[in-house]
Design a protein around this ligand. Sequence first.
Ligand code: SF4
Length: 476
Amino acid sequence: MAGATRSRPGEGGVALARAASTRESRAGAKAPVAIFGAASSLSSALEPGDLIVATELRSSDGSLCSHLASAGPITAELHRSGLRAHKGPVASAVAFAPLETAMLAGAGVLAVDNESISVLSSWPGHPAAVVRWISNTPGASAESAGGPRPSALGIVRSTLEAWARACGRHEVLLAAPRSFCAGVDRAIETVRRALDRFGSPVYVRRQIVHNLHVVRHLETLGAVFVEELDEVPPEATVVFAAHGVSPAVRSQAAARPDLNVIDATCPLVAKVHSEARRFAAQGHNLVLIGHSNHEEVEGTLGEAPGRFHVVAGTDDVARLDLDPRQSVAFLTQTTLATDQTAEVVTALRERFPLIVAPAADDICYATQNRQDALRSIAHRCDLMLVVGSANSSNTARLVEVARREGCRAELLEDASQLQLGWLDGVTTVGLTAGASAPDFLVQEVLETIGLLGPLTLTEDRTAEEHVRFALPTQVR
Ligand code: SF4
């Protein structure tokens, strides 16, 4: 057990604080102060060269001196850079008696240093960060004492500078509606009830909705996600995902009467499938506006195999190998950008003046509402954060719509992906989430921004949503 630290003064951190102070004092805010130096580990789980980001500072008797809200965002940034960083309590004093280090280790303190509290006492009320590298560990010889790699030093310094620039007052404009739609709610509830009613495991073909957190949560409840039906064992319960399946998959399922098949296809996707069958039966050439690599499109194409031409943009319309005198009908994927789709429809009408349109817009209410809500705040924001998974079509469209509105936009799976550099120079942040992203992820992003300084929150609601879909009969 280390009886006293051998940490070096954190000159770099203080220099950073002074530089920030000069700039920030003009804005009337207290400058962020960052300290970087060595510490002795009190935990056998730590290795020389590991980084500790202090969540709180304690004195040698264990009493709490300060909480450091900076620990979460800085640790996440260091992890993204590939560094081995831990967060936890650090104790700081000129010297520690062996009994004190034993007591502190027992209380969960990860490391001890000689300077953090005394340095920060010169900067009362300033946002503060303390990062220490482990110079020696319990029981280690002096020869084994290590230091951070030079490349790690550079990463820590740039991370602390990014944190200092991200610190400050933020105004967050929260778009509403955002997060779950009725189709996603229904699909998730279908899997939950299937698990309750039929027991685990319940197999789900493909991601039930395009969100990693939802999938992981359902896995903890007993859901097993598979790519294809041949991975499902005999006599199992299997759920089809919200974005639908093609008739070929339904036929595969029908050929296995032992399976208990529950279809969680969103009714609005099922509506497009039925339009595809109707248009195909009427003998039209079929155009589907959408992205050919998306699972929803795969399912819709399967309703009329070989009959569809998929177009994603106006260029694709110009290249369509169809005679304008032939009868043509179009459909759209449910989760497209409304502005771009309108352009594609205009291009289609120009090339095929008699083109047949679906009875009602195929872009679903939830996609439309989330895009409208984002447009209503985008022009007021320095940055738009869109929470959701990269393979979620409606989420990706939100990022594109924000950028077309002239607003810088970033996609993040969750708060751990919030990069400090994104907030450099940013005062007003727009925040929304795709229809498959749980709202708790949005709240966690909000909390993370709140760790960087005072936060003003305004929700901007552009529509009320009361849509509900009945559950599949097997789980009602
Ligand atoms: S985004 Fe639209 S089509 Fe997709 S599940 Fe939700 S309501 Fe259904």
